[in-house]
Design a protein around this ligand. Sequence first.
Ligand SMILES: C[S@@+](CC[C@H](N)C(=O)[O-])C[C@H]1O[C@@H](n2cnc3c(N)ncnc32)[C@H](O)[C@@H]1O
Length: 279
Amino acid sequence: MTDVPCAFLALLETDATWRDPAAFRWRADAADRLDLLLLAMDSAAERARAECLLDAMAAADEVLFAELREAIRAGRGKAALAPWLDVGEPTGAHYDALDALLAGVFAIEEPVPDNPRPPADMVFYQPTPMRHIVDAVRRAALSPADHVLDLGAGLGHVSLLARVLSGATVTGVEREPAYVASARHAATALGMPEAVFTCADAREADVTQANIFYLFTPFIGPVLRDVTARIEAEARKRPLRVVALGPCTRTFARQPWLKTTDANPEANDRIVIFTANPV
Ligand SMILES: C[S@@+](CC[C@H](N)C(=O)[O-])C[C@H]1O[C@@H](n2cnc3c(N)ncnc32)[C@H](O)[C@@H]1O
């Protein structure tokens, strides 16, 4: 092994910074680096030292996750998560330390779907990067007066985080039963039984209660067209907003009944918010 990995091992063994459960980002970076170095280590003793450090880091993470879970259960989730919510103006489809943190906190089991190949025009599961959810909650100024409907909710991350951060009513609609079961289980474990997850095709789901429709490109083509028409029918009855991420944004940008102040209404690497007001 070269001097650099040796020095890094020694640094981690002596510097206690990462042992503070709150030092999550620092620890996540160090663990990534250590994982990479481990691949190149051939001394059994050094590998054992690296593995011991990684175990200790995972244990420190678990302490933090448990504290944050407890805060959410006690209704203090927004304040407890505040140190991690400075996401700036996020873009991109990549995942980062906030996703790792909230994956640990929400602890949602990811089941193998019954039908791993989605039907035509329906998109497979991919979660919204958490920074975009934080951004959407902030820019849409979500509050307890809002009702968010996540169409194609996957494992429910959007609904859960939106509820924790804003107190909004949240409903997730998802066609895959195993995902719905996981989302419900996570909501119960987090003390949020009021987060509702419904197993349905978005073309048939109840869209009459929500005023915020969230879509991270869950479907395309005729399915997206049908669901867009259903949202449009609701927009004739009451004010609502569509919060979009990914390629489906382009479809909403082209709807004459939707308006946005966004400088680039077709941007697909960040949240775009559209507003509809009955005429
Ligand atoms: C890209 S993922 C988005 C998941 C979640 N909204 C998020 O942002 O983290 C799309 C999800 O939509 C679901 N989906 C696809 N077609 C659907 C349909 N017609 N009705 C309900 N859910 C659907 C998929 O099973 C998948 O879980």
